[in-house]
Design a binder for this molecule. Structure first.
Ligand code: GLY
Length: 303
């Protein structure tokens, strides 16, 4: 049996009073999610199943910007993106602009497993969700007290352009390697608060917010989606392992701090390879994260 490991994130970006006040709740949510994914690996489950499980837990939590705790767009509505990728066969599934789907990451996995497509959006994704009988929730389920307060407070005080410039964001993600040496990644988000309706971020874009290849590594990105997309961050980490020497940690640091040096974008990545090496890097004031490494050691941090 090969080494197993899992890393998760709950978003990278600026710090805030809300994050400070809720530090323990964030830490507990991260721990619960990483342990739930690790249990899948520990009982012989696949890396794909483990990253789905960990991200489901984060989507269900309500404090992270995904699923139950989604950010609201400038119409006060929720639009969610998610992607999952299997490093064994380079198959991926993603959904964009979905509403009412309790766990967008599970819908993305169904796209991976049951269709010949990679990314389905909007009404088509919703029809697919209905055909597959995935659990749905009412609009209000996705709107937490915090995201509603944040939306109303900001709407009352600032123009839409000012709000967009504040770059408040979050995303959740997981990467894992299973006992067979297969890696997988998963990413899910409610997007950027107060964004224009119809805006799609990096999380559902394979190669930007999510990438996995057994020969390189699995990566999940978080942060300013527009910069992550144009820098193709997740694939950059993967490709850099093919052309650079150094540990996975050094390669993640290179992509975030050297390759993207000077960017205005705040971003972070988590990565794992088939040898269960871990890489975590970010250029923002904080990135919520947790991991269980090849020795079974649990760790985590926000700053
Ligand atoms: N990184 C999440 C987003 O920009 O939508």
């Amino acid at each position: 049996m090969g080494k197993i490991a899992i890393v998760i994130h709950g978003g990278a970006g600026p710090d805030s009073a809300f994050i400070k006040q809720n530090k323990e709740r964030y830490e507990e949510g991260l721990k619960q999610a990483v342990v739930s994914g690790y249990q899948v690996l520990k009982t012989g489950g696949t890396a794909v199943a483990a990253v789905e499980k960990a991200v489901q837990s984060l989507e269900d939590n309500g404090i992270f910007n995904a699923g139950h705790g989604c950010a609201l767009n400038n119409k006060g509505e929720v639009e969610m993106d998610a992607a999952i990728m299997n490093g064994e066969n380079l198959k991926a599934g993603a959904v964009s602009m979905v509403r009412n789907v309790k766990n967008p990451i599970s819908l993305a996995r169904l796209v991976l497993e049951k269709t010949n497509h990679v990314l389905i959006s909007g009404y088509g994704a919703m029809e697919f969700a209905a055909d597959e009988n995935v659990p749905l929730e009412t609009d209000s389920y996705f709107i937490s007290e915090h995201s509603r307060d944040e939306y109303l407070e900001e709407r009352n005080q600032q123009s839409i352009q000012e709000m967009l410039r504040k770059r408040i964001h979050g995303t959740v993600g997981a990467v894992a390697v299973d006992a067979k040496g297969n890696v997988a990644s998963a990413t899910s988000t409610g997007g950027i608060p107060n964004s224009l309706p119809g805006r799609i971020g990096d999380s559902c874009i394979i190669g930007s917010g999510c990438f996995a290849n057994n020969n390189t590594c699995a990566v999940s990105s978080t942060g300013d989606g527009e910069f992550i997309m144009t820098s193709v961050v997740a694939h950059s980490v993967s490709m850099s392992t093919e052309i650079m020497k150094g540990s996975l940690q050094e390669i993640c640091d290179h992509v975030i701090h050297e390759r993207n040096k000077g960017t205005e974008g705040q971003m972070g990545v988590i990565a794992v390879n088939a040898n269960a090496d871990i890489g975590i890097s970010f250029n923002s004031p904080r990135m919520h994260r947790a991991w269980i490494d090849a020795d079974g050691k649990l760790g985590g941090s926000i700053y």
